[in-house]
Design a protein around this ligand. Structure first.
Ligand SMILES: Cc1cc2nc3c(=O)[nH]c(=O)nc-3n(C[C@H](O)[C@H](O)[C@H](O)COP(=O)(O)O)c2cc1C
Length: 312
């Protein structure tokens, strides 16, 4: 069985290949972790290798929904510390996903990034770096930059949304520039030992959007900028593939990423059965497998999956 095989990720060893991907469950109206939320994650940590906690906003401008978790100031650190303690007690590791929502939920105006000034961009970088430091203070094992699903960094990546004419728009290198600068600033802020991941919305599946052949170049640039883990999902299409519902429906993307990557790659999307998770690993589509909605439905998904594969 591959699903229960350990994986060395930088300076930690995950006990198996099952990842709970970031999924907004939400906290209090001021963005704090609640006791209910801690219990929800604790139950799912029991047999899971890694939990990437739901997207937390890096600044109030980047907030997407009323009860979204915040990583925007130091008052949230104690609550997150209770959450990481609970996850660690179950021998699971924890990475915090950080996000800037752009204006996705408010106006659906993709073009808002085109009016951002250099000062606005500098502030976004600083906000990610400061929020990353908070995740470390809260006891996380690492931090994930959300660059998928129609949020700010996808707007920069997708040629459908990015119409800038400065160094943040146009060429692939320019469309990747902000994500790479954020990775570099985050790395400089958290030090060499902390895990830095990126959730990469690798393909829009839309005419005129991001291209498959750009994936290897993007992945290599992220690694050069300090990424230790590549977490594959969709771009403007969000977390669903409009053309496929098969288990591992982004496997074409994760395979391209994995072939270009010197660090582990996560594939998430549509996996509900242990057998399918095992086969996707065996067929070399990814190093780790994300189990989202199936793990919301069943807190014991990991336990049952590992048991069901015991004899293979
Ligand atoms: C309720 C819900 C909330 C989600 N919130 C996030 C999030 O905060 N950040 C993120 O990157 N993806 C988020 N996603 C996407 C999931 O991480 C995952 O990619 C998606 O559900 C597909 O995987 P699945 O088929 O295993 O559920 C969310 C999905 C769901 C269902």
């Amino acid at each position: 069985m591959l699903l229960n095989k350990e994986l060395k990720l930088k300076n930690i060893t995950l006990r198996n290949r099952i990842v709970m991907p970031p999924m907004a469950r939400e906290g209090s109206s001021d963005g704090k972790v609640t006791d209910n939320l801690i219990e929800y994650y604790r139950l799912r940590a029991e047999y899971t290798g890694l939990i990437i906690t739901e997207h937390a906003y890096v600044s109030i401008e980047g907030k997407s929904t009323p009860k979204q978790l915040s990583m925007a100031d130091d008052s949230v650190i104690d609550g997150f510390r209770n959450l990481t303690d609970a996850i660690h007690k179950e021998n699971c590791f924890a990475i915090a996903q950080l996000n800037h929502g752009g204006k996705e939920r408010i106006s659906r105006d993709w073009l808002n990034i085109n009016s951002m000034s250099k000062e606005d961009i500098e502030k976004v970088k600083e906000d990610f770096a400061n929020a990353a430091i908070r995740t470390k203070k809260a006891g996380f094992d690492g931090v994930e930059i959300h660059a998928a699903h129609e949020y700010l960094l996808t707007h920069f990546y997708s040629p459908l949304a990015n119409k800038r004419s400065d160094e943040y728009g146009g060429s692939l290198e320019n469309r990747l520039r902000l994500a790479n600068e954020i990775l570099q600033e985050v790395r400089a802020s958290v030090g060499e030992d902390y895990i830095v991941a990126i959730r990469f919305g690798a393909y829009d599946y839309w005419e005129g959007g991001s291209k498959l052949e750009e994936i290897p170049i993007a992945v290599k640039s992220f690694i050069d900028s300090g990424a230790d883990l590549i977490d594959i999902s969709g771009g403007l299409c969000r977390s669903r593939n409009p053309y496929s519902k098969e288990p591992g429906y982004f496997k074409e993307l994760s395979k391209i990423a994995k072939d270009a990557s010197s660090v582990p790659v996560i594939l998430t999307g549509g996996v509900k059965k242990a057998r399918d998770a095992e086969n996707l690993l065996k067929e070399g589509y990814c190093d780790l497998i994300g189990i989202g909605r199936a793990m919301i439905m069943d807190a014991e998904w990991s336990k049952k999956a590992l048991k069901s594969l015991e004899n293979i």
